[in-house]
Design a protein around this ligand. Structure first.
Ligand SMILES: [Zn+2]
Length: 137
């Protein structure tokens, strides 16, 4: 994947994570930018609520894309930080999101993390983050 695209996804993820916080319990804001195979980008942030069914940024982005008819995905950038922090720190999907992503993507789908303070980008394939995962087929 081109560095230009990776940087764009990181920028989109950090932009949305800085806006409209809905994380009053963790005070940890997470942003995600999901790239479809035809070049569209869907963004999401984590949304927390009084009960325990909060939704992560990754699943917010996927849900937006899926409900608009997208089924073919290439990559997602994920960033996170405490609201009070200056820099985003390396943040990768939780276990629930990994399973969700696994079921809606193919092998090779890329997860991009970003350590803003040190400007370090790390990428993972979904099959690396969730090997031997549950699949219905
Ligand atoms: Zn998650």
């Amino acid at each position: 994947m081109k560095n230009e695209i990776v940087r764009r996804l990181i920028q989109e993820a950090t932009d949305i994570a800085k806006k409209n916080f809905c994380c009053p319990y963790s005070n940890f804001t997470v942003g995600a930018a999901l790239l479809t195979s035809d070049g569209k980008i869907y963004k999401g942030f984590n949304v927390e609520n009084d009960a325990i069914q909060s939704i992560c940024a990754e699943r917010t982005a996927f849900t937006k894309a899926l409900t608009e008819g997208n089924r073919d995905f290439r990559a997602i950038a994920v960033v996170g930080k405490d609201i009070e922090d200056i820099f985003f720190r390396r943040t990768i999907p939780c276990g629930y999101c990994r399973q969700f992503i696994r079921e809606y993507t193919k092998d090779g789908f890329t997860i991009i993390s970003y350590d803003e303070e040190n400007d370090i980008i790390k990428t993972y394939k979904i099959e690396e983050l969730l090997p031997e995962s549950f699949r219905k087929e």
